[in-house]
Write a protein that binds this ligand. Structure first.
Ligand SMILES: Nc1cc(-c2ccc3ccn(Cc4ccccc4)c3c2)n[nH]1
Length: 239
């Protein structure tokens, strides 16, 4: 997979792209990550990429020309038509299901703006997906893009080691994750649940599923509507 990020602050991505799981995924050749400064595509002598809004009002708006020129330059060598993902507070709420959908793409181009937002023609004629990472307003699209890229790349085959599977973690089952424990078995009188030390994997799996269901019911009952539950589990939860 190839991921390009159009941003005014490419240096913000150095840490995220160069370390840990994303860094290793690049070394393994699973994904190619690049952050490009779209100011390079400004078509005026002052290299401006923003301007005052028509109709007045506070704040500046990102001009269409540099963004169209930058995307068209990235798309010209592309194979399969890339998904052009615009980060913005008004976008579709990003979810694990959306991460799974994006992880099947061959080429993603993220558009990260600043200021008060984007000229609407960028949305109408360039973008395929608009994503929000939550109902709060950030200063720009870079942090949201990092969040989405992290969630997408970890799903690519070979990125997570065998000991960690993206399939069983939170949200991939539709439920919140069960509690985790590691050594020591007793810490300041706080003991690990006996079942996890029993070595009985059937009982361990059942306990973990029950804990996921309980934790989801307590903290995120809204997830239960979409989750795949057996009839027995549904009636147990409704007791
Ligand atoms: N989930 C989420 C995404 C964003 C986000 C994404 C891209 C941009 C580009 C500029 N801003 C600032 C801003 C935009 C619109 C109105 C006021 C300020 C952005 C915010 N905030 N929160």
């Amino acid at each position: 997979m190839k991921i390009d990020v159009l941003t005014l602050f490419p240096e913000m991505f150095n840490g995220v792209f160069g370390t840990s799981i994303l860094g290793k995924a690049q070394e393994k050749g699973i994904v190619e990550l690049a952050a490009i400064n779209f100011r390079a595509y400004a078509n005026n002598k002052h290299n401006t990429v923003d301007d005052y809004p028509y109709g007045g009002g506070g704040g500046m708006v990102l001009k269409p020309e540099p963004m169209f020129a930058a995307v068209e330059d990235l798309v010209k060598d592309a194979g399969e038509k890339p998904r052009i993902v615009l980060m913005c507070p008004q976008g579709e709420r990003f979810t694990q299901r959306k991460a799974e959908e994006l992880s099947s793409a061959e080429h993603l181009i993220f558009v990260c703006g600043h200021y008060e937002g984007y000229d609407e023609r960028i949305r109408e004629h360039l973008v395929t997906d608009e994503l929000s990472i939550g109902d709060y307003v950030l200063t720009g699209g870079e942090l949201p893009a990092m969040v989405v890229i992290d969630a997408v790349v970890r799903l690519l085959p070979g990125v997570l080691g065998n000991e960690t599977s993206a399939v069983t973690d939170s949200f991939s089952t539709g439920l919140l994750e069960y509690p985790h424990y590691t050594r020591p078995a007793s810490f300041r009188g706080m003991d690990v649940p006996e079942v996890l030390i029993s070595g009985h994997h059937g009982r361990i799996d059942a306990w973990r599923r029950e804990q996921s269901l309980l934790r989801t019911l307590q903290r995120r009952p809204d997830l239960l509507e979409q989750a795949e539950l057996s009839a027995k589990e549904r009636s147990w939860l409704e007791e």
